[in-house]
Every structure is written in structure tokens, then in C-alpha cells.
Design a protein around this ligand. Sequence first.
Ligand SMILES: Cc1cc2nc3c(=O)[nH]c(=O)nc-3n(C[C@H](O)[C@H](O)[C@H](O)COP(=O)(O)OP(=O)(O)OC[C@H]3O[C@@H](n4cnc5c(N)ncnc54)[C@H](O)[C@@H]3O)c2cc1C
Length: 392
Amino acid sequence: MSDRSADVVIVGGAAMGSSTAFFLKHEMDFAGSVLVAERDPAYLRASTSLSASSIRLQFSTPENIRLSAFGVEFLRSMGTRFGPESDPRLHEGGYLIMAGPGGEDLLKENISIQRNEGADTEFYSEAGLRERFPWINADGVSAAAFGPNREGWFDPTALLGTLRRQAKTAGTHYLHGDVVAIEVANGKIEAVRLADGSRIVCGALVNAAGPNAGRVAALAGVALPVEGRKRTAFVVHCRDAPAGLPLCADPSGVWIRPEGAYHIAGWTPSEPEDKAADADDFEPELSEFEDHVWPALARRIPAFEATRMIRAWAGHYDYNTLDQNGIIGRHPEIENLYFINGFSGHGLQQSPAAGRALAELIVHGTFKTIDLARLGYERIARNAPLREHNVL
Ligand SMILES: Cc1cc2nc3c(=O)[nH]c(=O)nc-3n(C[C@H](O)[C@H](O)[C@H](O)COP(=O)(O)OP(=O)(O)OC[C@H]3O[C@@H](n4cnc5c(N)ncnc54)[C@H](O)[C@@H]3O)c2cc1C
């Protein structure tokens, strides 16, 4: 069997991989060949499919605000650009982020960064919160931030389906295959090997392997601090839920937002409890509902005391253990190895802008629209975190 080859080989064809391919082939008319190797073409275990698919501008890192702002613009335009079946039904219901005791200063700092970036995040004192959202029990909340515009949720399948379809139409080749080895010679990626024994010679290699990105990087002898962290999402029914609920994030790490006739909710464990997930473990952590989600909801939004859990699913965050920020860029020594990894729970909304940025780097050798130099691999190599404080 003779080797295949492609100018750009992308490992992983979900949101990040397909966005990179879309921007290369569809938006930038990249003349080279682009091949996406995807081991799970139905995306049953991809973070992209298992996401809570929400979008916000409320971050503490300016780059994240810019990435998500482009995400909103992209999502808003999809139905018009690509047809009604591509409409991701973006619902801009807003995000309400509540700070616990002692959290007010950081919240204010974050709001100031967001406003500098053009976001219209509103600040609420405890009393102001009670007045603006009368269905909230504000006990234990020191202050809150509410983003009324460009924040909400959308359909992840429409986003992935459209990026993939348009990337294919523009000439990207998708291959069903599991990348199990990477050949490096003379400081360059030469080829990847698939589980079926076939070999693909690479001009450049993009690691878009989501929670598996750390393992894929290790195949090239490269350390990448990205691992899967299990997150369970609960679908809940509440007969008397307040109408027009935004996404509410409680200081306890519990969040909830509307989803059709129901709501979805989850909990973010903090560091000592949060461990790397077994790659094959997609069993929902049902105990989290009784132990964390329901008590926090019943306390914060008393209408949710009478709540029924309908079902639950689990997925893996593509968790960057260094600083919970995305890693976008080129390896400083292996110059044809690119990363688009580690978005730690905010990757879906950033996939259009991240894919565009990486395509710019591949085609032009530099970022053209959003300067993402600070999110590059160099900070990983230097062990110099650029920490994101608003990780939900
Ligand atoms: C429960 C949950 C809630 C979330 N909520 C949000 C949210 O509200 N908003 C938001 O923006 N983000 C959210 N995220 C995060 C977001 O879903 C991810 O950051 C994003 O989808 C990452 O996209 P990706 O393409 O990098 O990874 P994935 O979607 O995981 O795709 C990686 C792909 O690579 C393939 N792959 C891996 N290894 C190999 C290999 N060796 N060979 C071939 N193929 C390979 C996999 O099969 C997979 O399809 C959430 C995630 C979870 C799990």
C-alpha cells in the first residue's frame, strides 16, 4: 500500500479540526491539500457533541472575549450564509455570574476587562441583584455580573455539521482513522500512522484531538498539559421555573440554563476533587445531582426546589491543567506541528475564531485578525501560566 500524503493533516475532525479545515479551504482558498483523520466519525464521544454549547463574553482574558465575540458573529450569520438547515438557533438569553463572599473585587476587575473589549456586562450588588432578578435568593452572594447581549446558547450539531460540510465541499478530505503514531525526523513531523497500519505523509500536522490532545502530542514526544475531565450535564424539569432564565452560574460551581421545555444544569468540581478522566468513562456521575446540583439550585432559585431530573449525560472537558486557557499556535522547535487545544470548557463557542486564527498562522505565518501570541505553546514550554479566572 503506497503512503497517502497531505499538505495539512488534522488529527480530530470535530469543532476545532473542522473549523481549521473550513477556514483553510473555504474562507482562505488554501491551495494545498487538507486531510482530517477522525477516529469517531459519528462524534459520539467528542466534547463538541456532548457540550452545553453556551457562549459568553464574560472572561478575564481579553483574547477569550475577542474569540467568543467572533463566535457570536459567526453563529448569528450562519443561517443567512449557509441556509436554514445551518442555523444554530443562537438564543441570546444572557449569562448571570454570581460571586461568593470575597469575590466582588475579582468580579469588578473582570467586568472592567470585558467593558474595555466592548462587552456591556452589568454589575449588580447583592441588593441590586434581588431587585433585578426577584426570583433569586441572593444569600451568600456578594455581587453579580450579567451579560444581556452576545451571551446565550446554541445548537452544537448545526455548528459542527456546517463547518464539516463546507470544509468538505471546499475540498477537505475526511478519513475515518485513529492516529496511533507520529514520525518526527530532523525536527519536523514527517508522517502519522493510523491503527490500520496505513501511513500519511504530512506537510504540517494540526493537533485537534480535544481531550485526547495530550496523548496525541506525546506520540510526537511533546508534552502538552491537556487531559480529559469528566463533566455531567443533567436535564431537569421544573414546573414553576421563572420565565426567561439566563444561564445562571452560582458561586458553588453549579450552573443552569433553559433547554427547550426543560433546563440543563451541571457542577464544576474544584481542583483537588477534579481528576483526569478515564478515556472510556462516559458514565454520568448521578450522585452529583443529589450532592451538589439540586441543593444549590433549590437554595439559589427556590422555584427549583421541586425539580425532577429527567436524564443525564457525561462528556470530557479538554482541560488545560496549566492555566485553563486554549493553546493555539506552533511548536517552537517542531515548526510544522500546530496546536488548537486545551479550551477547558469554553472551546465550542471559540471554535470559529480559533480555527480562523490557526488557518491564518498556517497560511500567512502570523495571526491576522486576533493576536493570539499569548495563547501560544511558548507559555507552556516556559511554564508561565496565563490564567483564565472565569472557568465554568
Ligand atoms: C459537558 C460539557 C459542557 C461543555 N460546555 C461548553 C459550553 O457551554 N460552551 C463551550 O464553548 N464549550 C463547552 N464545552 C467544551 C467544548 O465542548 C470543547 O472545548 C470543544 O468542543 C472542543 O472541541 P475539539 O474539536 O477540540 O474537541 P472534540 O469535540 O473532543 O473533538 C476531538 C476529536 O478528535 C478525535 N480524536 C482524538 N484523538 C484522535 C486520534 N488519535 N486519531 C483520530 N481522531 C482523534 C475525537 O474522536 C474527536 O472527534 C463543554 C464540554 C463538555 C464535555
